[in-house]
Write a protein that binds this ligand. Sequence first.
Ligand code: TXA
Ligand code: MG
Length: 374
Amino acid sequence: MSHEAESVSQSNQQASGKTQPQVCTIWQLTQHTSQPEQLAEAGAVLAQGGIVAFPTETVYGLGADAGNTSAVEAVFAAKGRPADNPLIVHISQNHQLDELVQRVLPLERQLMDAFWPGPLTLVMPVMEDVLSPRVTAGLRTVGVRMPDHPVALALITASGKPLAAPSANRSGRPSPTTAAHVADDLADRIDGIVDGGDAGVGVESTVIQVKENGTVFILRPGGITREQLLTIATDVKLDPGLAGVSAEIAPLAPGMKYTHYAPRGNMSIVIGHSPAHVGAWMQQQLLAAQQRGEQVGVLTFDEDTTDYGSALRLSLGSAEQTEQAASRLYGSLRTFDDHNITYILAQGCSESGVGLAVMNRLSKAAGGQIITVD
Ligand code: TXA
Ligand code: MG
């Protein structure tokens, strides 16, 4: 371990009399790629089959050598992730793609040229016998992306491997946007964390599948918006399986069927034409919940002037700025947990731009409970 690396465990302090949990290494990178020894060290841990969390432009990922089955199994075990949910493979150079997939369609190439490095994952036919079968969860396709983050790119290159990396949270918890979030969930379960500061976008990559006829299906909305995809592709459709409980077919991305991203409290989304009515209704419900003995919280926007009394009030910023809402979303859900909030009402937002991803994650966090107030 280098002298700059430190070891932490969140539960060390609590533990008198209990077994001390295993601790993980933290590589602190303040100026990104300016610390090559740190990255070389973390890269070597990955190359030897270790599992290391690292920042990307979306959320923190938990990386493993995508060709090493025991490393990939360690990722599933650390997260408590269902084995039928495949992992995204992260690359740092274009040529790595040719070894992972059977073919690249011209439209896929155009989309990569436009949005890589960046928060776009393409699901393509997987090359046989290159990746651990655990990465693809038995599917004949693999999701690949090139993250737009200097630390992620440098770490992938340092490891010399394509890295399978799901978000670095315990399964079902909100995705981590800081190294501290990762440590809260996983410090005693993984080999290390590369701390490169806050992740930027705040919600995960957009996962797409391009059909031979040129139709682009959005399997998971994310950092690259539908509007951006439409600058390159003419036919962009949302996977009908994303319609939640009302959908009669399973989503194409296995991960989208799980209740995800959820705070521990019971959360509902509230939407309606009149922000004043929505505010008044939420105020009343929060008060009633408080009287039942709930610890109450409200997730709202700066424009909302309703007085929510002693409820824990968190704002995602201006309702007009969905990028800001995306970057604050998961941290806010974790803050509710930190305050042991048991009942949460969240105001819905516009579904344009990255707002589509924000509403998708909010609705998953709320287990599909959406209330319309008119
Ligand atoms: O921004 C991101 O994508 C982050 C960072 C770390 O890169 N990663 C991430 O991974 O969100 P994860 O595992 O939390 O979500 C991956 C999603 C899941 O919904 C999974 O079902 C879907 O992508 N997926 C992966 N491979 C797939 C495949 N071959 N076919 C369909 N869906 C796939
Ligand atoms: Mg995830």
